[in-house]
Ligand binder design. Sequence first.
Ligand SMILES: Nc1nc2c(ncn2[C@@H]2O[C@H](COP(=O)(O)OP(=O)(O)OP(=O)(O)O)[C@@H](O)[C@H]2O)c(=O)[nH]1
Ligand SMILES: [Zn+2]
Length: 201
Amino acid sequence: MKLKRVAQAKLPTPWGEFLMVGFQELATGKDHVALVFGDISEDKPILTRVHSECLTGDALFSLRCDCGFQLKASLEQIAKNGQGILLYHRQEGRNIGLLNKIRAYALQDTGLDTVEANHQLGFAADERDFTICADMLELLNVKQIRLLTNNPEKIRVLTEAGIKITERIPLEVGENPSNEHYLETKVLKMGHLLHLHPTGK
Ligand SMILES: Nc1nc2c(ncn2[C@@H]2O[C@H](COP(=O)(O)OP(=O)(O)OP(=O)(O)O)[C@@H](O)[C@H]2O)c(=O)[nH]1
Ligand SMILES: [Zn+2]
């Protein structure tokens, strides 16, 4: 267990009232949050989204990725379902950090793809540690989930960490001309399960 559960409070949103639960990494002090909707104590698979921090997409309306659209769609779906969890996993830029993500974007502006840009900066394509998310679920007493994702790696790591994933629910929103190439690279090089509709631009 890499985390401790620290504090919780109500979080009203346009989609309804969530409970925000704050966690802290024991080794680094870094914080993460879970947004919980409804009663998650039932012994059945809980609708769950694992969302990795993306300041540009989540808060600054960037169209370079699909994160902001996925964040909104997940909160909407969880609220509509009457029950569920969004884990807000604070590993910005696939865990290379915001400033390195801006460096990676600058390289992408010169023609590299998202994977090549990470490599050029000396990072793996994806540096995230999803075991943190399994720890958040354990601290919420959740052992079975229905996971909103297009990323098979999340399924693999969470399953290995002891979380039973009974269903994968695709989350295909936010494709636009500015992120077409990014999403295509995710499919071709990172194994994402996405059905794209390129505009040919
Ligand atoms: N290093 C880097 N990180 C990026 C880039 N674009 C988005 N990110 C980060 O990627 C993370 C989101 O990952 P995605 O690959 O979009 O989606 P995913 O979470 O793996 O998979 P889904 O569950 O299907 O959404 C966030 O942490 C973003 O900040 C980029 O070009 N370079
Ligand atoms: Zn993003």
